[in-house]
Write a protein of this length. Structure first.
Length: 499
């Protein structure tokens, strides 16, 4: 028995790599096993986990594989896309400008970026810099995100914001946005004569020694130790092509989600946060600005056990008698969680190469509950059970009466709205094809029922399943199309025939 226990302790020591003499050490063995077991349950190919205590990376480990085909293992140095956890880097850069007196949180956006426009002129005039990253713009959630698939440059994405009708009143409800972080990035660029990417490199990466981090698609591959990225479609892993638009999506939205990093580098970033803007002898941000970035700005939601607010690129959560700051991130091939307990100087970074998984977020809660010695909850098990129960309770779809389409020529034409501009529908080899004119992007439309067609088998995976519904006039000719899908914001969905 003693030999068995000794062997187990040796294996734990090797897995942990470096565990300093902290109280955190006593919960590592259980947590390590929990990660391994649940990663397999969630069918995640690869994951890296880092735990930081009092500014020291006390645990770093790779789990699973970088690539399913090659079987190469993930290491703490493996590069992943960190997605929306990049937002905190952008808010940090903007706060540095404010420390230097070049900008103020109460300044109007148009005074630093005159091209900025919202749908409502009054909102445009009253939109403050502190509103850009607080997620209370009034816009529909994720509005316009799909433009990155259409090869739209950042300037055009920003320009299109003016055509998006609001879903709520300005500065009231929480609605998650990426586009406005591009505006924040533009202000940073206007005051530095450097790109957002160059600012991140100069002001953060170089100072913290985040030597293997980058913020371009080319940078992802520079170290040679990078994760192949995956999505899950119909419960099967789908490799995300490095040359395709889904992989490059994150870099179009750079200030909102375009950073590549690993556990070793991200441990330095989270140490900077827990040390309230200081790193070693370097003070990168004043305490006043650090506090502002972490000040609750917009109420997100609450339950019996927690309450959440969005801050400036961070989420504040009060739960189970402790508080934490966190932000997760998701590209079309990676899922990330960065979180820390400000009162305990304990933080965690979880990087994975599977989009759509919730395990990275749940692991942070498990670690913090263990550390705070509150009653253990198997968050992963409960979530998976909820998914199973949900599938059992989904009501059967009502019967649909199917009918044939009109002659396909009746749907053909040129359609327009200010956001999408011109879209062509034409008949090609006995089926409909939709082209976004000037974008070199076409979709085959598969017939579904009467005047309803669907985008299928597209390389732009997020567009699959978008319904194209034609409105027919009294002569039997289509007069408008309506695009229906999760990525199509309300108010942008209708295009009217112009030819």
């Amino acid at each position: 028995m003693k030999r068995t226990v000794f062997a187990f302790l040796v294996l734990v020591f090797l897995a942990v790599c470096v565990i300093a003499n902290h109280e955190i050490a006593k919960i590592i063995p259980f947590f390590d096993g929990y990660v391994q077991e649940n990663m397999e349950l969630w069918n995640i190919p690869g994951m890296a986990v880092g735990i930081v205590k009092d500014g020291e990376l006390v645990f770093s480990k790779g789990y699973g594989v970088k690539d399913v085909e090659t079987g190469e293992p993930v290491t703490p140095e493996t590069i992943f896309q960190i997605g929306s956890t990049s937002k905190a880097f952008t808010s940090f850069l903007l706060a540095q400008l404010i420390d230097r007196g070049e900008v103020n949180w109460k300044d109007r956006v148009v005074d630093h970026f005159p091209e900025f426009r919202m749908y409502d002129p009054w909102v445009t005039s009253n939109f403050l810099i502190e509103d850009l990253m607080a997620q209370h713009s009034g816009l529909p959630p994720y509005s316009g995100d799909f433009m990155a698939f259409f090869d739209c440059p950042r300037d055009e994405i920003i320009e299109k914001i003016r055509f998006i009708p609001p879903a709520n009143t300005f500065r009231t409800d929480f609605a998650y946005q990426n586009n406005l972080f591009l505006v924040a990035g533009k202000i940073i660029e206007n005051h530095s004569d450097l790109t957002w990417e160059e600012n991140v490199e100069k002001e953060i990466f170089a100072v913290l020694g985040m030597d293997e981090s980058s913020n371009t698609p080319e940078g992802y591959f520079e170290t040679g130790n990078y994760a192949t990225t995956y999505g899950s479609y119909n419960d099967e892993l789908t490799r995300i092509d490095f040359d395709g638009k889904p992989f490059k999506f994150a870099y179009v939205y750079g200030p909102a989600g375009g950073i590549n990093s690993n556990i070793v580098d991200m441990s330095k970033w989270i140490s900077l946060q827990m040390n309230k803007g200081a790193f070693g002898d370097d003070v990168l941000l004043s305490r006043v600005q650090y506090d502002f970035l972490h000040r609750p700005a917009t109420f997100i939601g609450s339950s019996d056990s927690k309450i959440l607010f969005y801050c400036q690129g961070w989420i504040y959560e009060q739960r189970r008698d402790y508080r934490l700051f966190w932000h997760d991130g998701e590209t079309l091939g990676c899922k990330t969680m960065v979180a820390y307990l400000p009162d305990d100087n304990l933080g965690i970074v979880v990087l994975s190469n599977l989009a759509g998984t919730h395990l990275p977020d749940l692991l942070a809660y498990v670690l913090f509950d263990l550390y705070k010695e509150v009653e253990f909850i198997d968050y992963s098990g409960e979530y998976l059970k909820m998914l199973i129960d949900y599938t059992k309770t989904v009501p059967e779809e009502p019967e649909i009466t199917f009918s044939d389409p009109l002659p396909l020529e009746n749907y053909a034409g040129i359609y327009y709205n200010d956001f999408f501009e011109k879209v062509s529908v034409s008949v090609k080899e006995g089926r409909l094809e939709m082209e976004f004119i000037g974008r070199d992007i076409t979709f085959d439309l598969e017939f579904f029922n009467r005047d309803f067609f669907m985008i299928t088998d597209s390389d732009l995976l997020e567009m699959n399943g978008v319904v194209v519904a034609f409105s027919i006039d009294e002569t039997g000719i289509a007069e408008a199309i309506t695009l229906r899908g999760e990525m199509i914001s309300k108010g942008l969905e209708i295009l009217y025939r112009i030819e």
